[in-house]
Design a protein around this ligand. Structure first.
Ligand code: NDP
Length: 335
C-alpha cells in the first residue's frame, strides 16, 4: 500500500472563553511533509485528550507553550509505524509519541518510544502505563512522600490519575483511602476498586463529606481539583500532612480569578507541606514505576478503566466531555 500523502487533523480555530465549544476546533485535511532522514510516519490508532490541554488553549505563559490558532493540536498518541527513514524504529513497530489530534504523523524517531503491544493493550501506554500512571506514582511517592499507614484522600478519584492514586496508595500501605467523584456510579466504582470510602462531591459541602469519611483526619491529599476540595482537605489534614498539588480542574474554565483556600493559614500551625509538580520533570522515575505497575497489573492489585470515543472528528467533543466528567478512568479517542 502506498504511504498516504495527506492527513486529517484537528486545529485550534479560536481560543475558548470559559468552556470550550465546537467552534473552537476545526477538522481539516493537510498534506503530510516528506519523510526526512531519521523520521518515521505513524498511523495513529488511539489518542489521548487530557485536562492540561485546556490550559494550552489560553494564550498564557506556562510550563508548556500554548497551542497556536490555526495550528494543529498535539498530545499523547499511539500508532503503528508505516514508513521509516530511521535506523532505530522499523515499519510495523508500535510507538507512543506526542503528535495526537491527527490520523497520520511525521516525526523524528527519537521523539517516539517503541511499545510492546503484546505485553499490554496499546491504549494502556496512554493511561496506566503512561503519563497518568506516572503522575499518580510520582505525586504519591515523590511529592506527598506517602508512608505506610497514612490516610490518603484523592479528588477526581474516578478519573485516569485519581483512580490509580487510590489503588497505588493502597498497594503502598495506606491505612485508609478516600476518594471524591461527581456521580453515584463513580462512587460505586471506587468502592469496587478498593477505596475504603468515597463520596459524590455534588451531594453537599466537600468539607462535611470529607469529615464524615475521614473522622480521624487525613495525612495526604492528592489534589486534582483545587477550590473547595483543597480548602476542605486543609481543614482535615493532620499535623505534618502533605498535599501533592497535581491539578485544579475546578478552575480550568473559570473566566475570573478564583478564590484562594480561605483557610490557608492553617498550614502554619499544622506544619503542612503543599507542593506542586509537573510529571514531565520526573521522567527518571518512569522505569521504576513501569516495573512496579507491571507487577501490580499482573497480580490484579491495580485495575484501570477507559472511556473510549470513536473517530478523529469526535475528539473535540471527547475533550469537552472530559472536562464535564463524562469519563470513568482515561478518556481516549480511537482513530
Ligand atoms: P480525569 O480523567 O480525572 O478527568 C477529569 C475529571 O475531572 C472529570 O472526569 C471530572 O470527574 C472531574 N472534574 C471536572 N470538573 C470538576 C470540578 N469542578 N470539580 C471536581 N471534579 C471535576 O483527568 P486526568 O486524570 O487526566 O487529570 C486529573 C487532574 O490531574 C487534572 O487536574 C489534570 O490537570 C491533572 N494532571 C496533572 C499532571 C501534572 O503533571 N501535574 C499530569 C496529569 C494530569 P467528576 O465526574 O468526578 O467531576
Amino acid at each position: 500500500m502506498a504511504a498516504p500523502t495527506q492527513t486529517r487533523q484537528i486545529a485550534l480555530a479560536s481560543r475558548p472563553q470559559g468552556w470550550p465549544t465546537d467552534e473552537n476546533f476545526r477538522l481539516e485535511t493537510v498534506d503530510l511533509p516528506e519523510l526526512g532522514d531519521g523520521e518515521i510516519l505513524v498511523h495513529n490508532t488511539v489518542m489521548s485528550v487530557d485536562p492540561y490541554m485546556r490550559g494550552r488553549m489560553n494564550d498564557v505563559k506556562s510550563y508548556i507553550p500554548p497551542f497556536q490558532i490555526d495550528a494543529p493540536l498535539d498530545g499523547g498518541a499511539v500508532g503503528e509505524v508505516i514508513a521509516s527513514k530511521s535506523s532505530e524504529i522499523a515499519v510495523g513497530q508500535r510507538v507512543v509519541h506526542g503528535l495526537g489530534w491527527r490520523e497520520y504523523a511525521v516525526l523524528p524517531a527519537e521523539r517516539a518510544s517503541v511499545i510492546d503491544a503484546e505485553a499490554a493493550p496499546e491504549s494502556s501506554y496512554l493511561s496506566v502505563l503512561g503519563m497518568p500512571g506516572l503522575t499518580a506514582y510520582v505525586g504519591l511517592t515523590r511529592i506527598a512522600e506517602m508512608k505506610e499507614g497514612d490516610v490518603v484522600f484523592v479528588s477526581g478519584a474516578a478519573g485516569a490519575v485519581g483512580s490509580l492514586v487510590g489503588q497505588i496508595a493502597k498497594a503502598l500501605g495506606a491505612s485508609r483511602v478516600i476518594g471524591s467523584a461527581g456521580s453515584q456510579e463513580k462512587v460505586d466504582r471506587l468502592l469496587e476498586l478498593g477505596f475504603d470510602a468515597a463520596f459524590n462531591y455534588k451531594d453537599g459541602p466537600v468539607r462535611d463529606s470529607l469529615k464524615a469519611a475521614a473522622p480521624d483526619g487525613i495525612d495526604v491529599y492528592f489534589d486534582n481539583v483545587g477550590g473547595d476540595h483543597l480548602e476542605a482537605a486543609i481543614s482535615r489534614l493532620n499535623t505534618f500532612g502533605r498535599v501533592a498539588m497535581c491539578g485544579a480542574i475546578a478552575q480550568y474554565n473559570a473566566t475570573e480569578a478564583t478564590p484562594a483556600p480561605r483557610n490557608l493559614a492553617l498550614a502554619i500551625g499544622k506544619c503542612l507541606t503543599l507542593r506542586g509538580f509537573v510529571v514531565g520533570q520526573y521522567a527518571d522515575v518512569s522505569p521504576e514505576y513501569r516495573e512496579r505497575a507491571a507487577g501490580w497489573l499482573a497480580d490484579g492489585t491495580i485495575r484501570f478503566d477507559e472511556t473510549v470515543r470513536d473517530g478523529l472528528e469526535n475528539a473535540p467533543q471527547a475533550f469537552i466531555d472530559l472536562l464535564a466528567g463524562a469519563n470513568t478512568g482515561k478518556m481516549l479517542v480511537r482513530l
